[in-house]
Design a protein around this ligand. Structure first.
Ligand code: NAD
Length: 293
């Protein structure tokens, strides 16, 4: 039985660890929050006392943490994942973080004989629960091949997109499209409702035509009902928009729509919606038109 060390058992990491357990992996997990460790025990996993302990006992280590400072603390710090893992261990960071940290993890890993992949995901909490995430992977081809058994219970579309850091750049592109789509669906709802129309009926038609998307499919009902329980928090999408803006600067390109979406998500945060789902961009669209319910 392959042992997986799993660090970060939140909205995404919790169900991902459960799916690995269901697939027959032994999982030793760590999170700062005791309740997350209790959920892991209930699902059949073993709680660890630190990220380093989870890594030391494992053949494969996964981190699923909010942002690069958390990954750096768990992976690069003294007694962290790269300090504690055995040479030959495969370390897969599945968090969405800046590409330069992913490249740094790969460099430090290589110095210690640890194989490192960046493998951020898309598909949200539901995709994590159902084990159907899209996984975009950066790193060496042979390490990607070695990781297939652990990706299989987590994702459906799993693609090797390039060298270390490439997975994170593709994830940034993903978040650009997701943020922009939410912003436009929010404006469509504001327009239809202000015109005296039933936005649910309107979105049903949109979902079946060229404007259709996975976001319309999964989220139109909760958006019209103003249910903004996360899901994916505005705070995390704000972090991702920062990664996108920096990546665009590094690549020497201009992303005007992306910058506008970044400003709308920053407004959502400034208006106090940081812990709501990113579909709460609807609240910003309403506030701009004085249409808030
Ligand atoms: P979350 O906040 O629910 O979970 C993160 C977990 O990490 C928390 O339980 C927290 O206690 C733990 N943690 C933080 N620092 C730690 C440390 N140093 N050691 C151990 N545990 C630590 O976040 P999430 O929604 O699960 O997102 C995780 C990552 O996945 C983020 O990078 C996010 O952008 C990305 N992501 C999220 C979604 C989504 O829909 N929620 C979708 C795709 C990608």
């Amino acid at each position: 039985m392959t042992k997986v060390g799993f660090v970060g058992l939140g909205i995404m990491g919790g169900p991902m660890a459960s799916n690995l357990l269901d697939a027959g992996f032994e999982v030793i997990g760590y999170d700062l929050v005791p309740a997350a460790l209790e959920r892991l025990s209930e699902a059949g996993g073993k709680p660890a006392a630190s990220a380093g302990q989870a890594a030391a006992e494992a053949d494969i280590v996964i981190t699923m943490l909010p942002n690069h400072p958390h990954v750096e603390a768990a992976a690069l710090g003294e007694g962290g994942v790269l300090d504690s893992a055995k040479p030959g261990t495969l370390y897969i960071d599945m968090s969405s973080i800046r590409p330069e940290t992913a490249r740094r993890l790969a460099e430090v890993g290589a110095q210690r004989g640890i194989r490192v992949l960046d493998a951020p995901v898309s598909g949200g909490e539901k995709g994590a629960i159902d084990g159907v995430l899209s996984i975009m992977v950066g790193g060496a081809a042979e390490d990607f091949a070695a990781a297939q058994p652990v990706f299989a219970p987590l994702g459906r579309t799993v693609v090797h997109v390039g060298p270390a850091g490439a997975g994170q750049t593709v994830k940034a592109a993903n978040q650009l499209v997701v943020g922009g789509t939410y912003a436009l669906v929010a404006e469509a709802i504001v327009l239809m409702e202000a015109s005296g129309l039933d936005a649910s009926l309107g979105l049903d038609v949109l979902a079946g035509g060229l404007a259709g998307s996975r976001i319309l499919e999964l989220k139109r009902g909760s958006m019209v009902a103003r249910e903004f329980q996360p899901g994916f928090r505005i705070d995390l999408h704000h972090k991702d928009m920062g990664i996108i803006v920096d990546a665009a600067r590094d690549a020497g390109v201009s992303l005007p729509v992306g910058n506008l979406v970044a400003a709308l998500i920053a407004a959502a945060r400034a208006q106090g919606y940081g812990s709501l789902d990113h579909s709460a961009l609807l609240k910003v669209a309403e506030n701009l038109s004085g249409a808030a319910a």
